[in-house]
Design a protein around this ligand. Structure first.
Ligand SMILES: Nc1nc2c(ncn2[C@@H]2O[C@H](COP(=O)(O)OP(=O)(O)OP(=O)(O)O)[C@@H](O)[C@H]2O)c(=O)[nH]1
Ligand SMILES: [Zn+2]
Length: 194
């Protein structure tokens, strides 16, 4: 890990030089170290995480049969095309089939996939697929609402653009009423803003 950190530091220092900066000036002298630490311990931490460890046995047997919805889970991720953030909220629903998951574990799974280089569509599918594998539920649904800084502060510069992606599996795909129940729970407003 220390060797990796050192190498990232060196590359950041080189990038600083190439964009016309002086990496030795006071404000920047510790920046390569900070960035390396932030990449490995925070914003790209997801690469070194294992869903089974994150779960820590927090799957419970239960007779509860109705839909479980966890909504407005904030996430921060990094666009794989531009290496700048996209962020927003994730909403998750599932219909258990004998197994429930600890409430805090859903945001932990979201973070595991958000803390990587991503596109929003892929992150949406990865969250749904992982919950399906862990819980074997009757159905799972994931909706992600995101703002991509690569379309806000550069490129097309459309600051109010929001991207909405969804992945629905099992009962949510087969049964329109189930899907509608989920969407009525999460509402269609953009939850991050209002
Ligand atoms: N579908 C999808 N596209 C994304 C996501 N994040 C960024 N993009 C898009 O990826 C595309 C990359 O296109 P390019 O033409 O190679 O990149 P670019 O020249 O920087 O494009 P502009 O952003 O239009 O200036 C852009 O249209 C981005 O808006 C994402 O999560 N999902
Ligand atoms: Zn981008």
């Amino acid at each position: 890990m220390d060797e990796k950190k050192k190498q990232i530091e060196n590359h950041i220092r080189e990038i600083l030089k190439l964009i016309g900066e002086d990496p030795e000036r006071e404000g920047l002298v510790d920046t390569p170290h900070r960035v390396a630490k932030m990449y490995l311990n925070e914003i790209f931490q997801g690469y070194s995480q294992d869903p089974i460890k994150i779960l820590n046995n927090a799957v419970f047997h239960s007779d509860y049969e109705e839909m479980v919805v966890v909504k407005d889970i904030d996430f921060y991720s990094m666009c794989e095309h531009h290496l700048i953030p996209f962020f927003g909220v994730v909403h998750v629903g599932y219909i258990p089939d004998g197994k429930l998951i600890g409430l805090s574990k859903i945001p932990r799974i979201v973070d595991m996939f958000a803390r990587r280089l991503q596109i929003q569509e892929q992150m949406t599918v990865q969250i749904a697929k992982t919950l399906e594998e862990l819980l074997e539920p009757k159905g799972v649904a994931v909706v992600v609402e995101g703002i991509h800084l690569c379309s806000v502060m550069r490129g097309v510069k459309k600051p109010r653009n929001k991207m909405i992606t969804s992945e629905v599996r099992g009962a949510f795909r087969k049964n329109q009423k189930t899907r509608e129940e989920f969407f009525s729970h999460i509402d269609r407003r953009f939850n991050l803003i209002d």
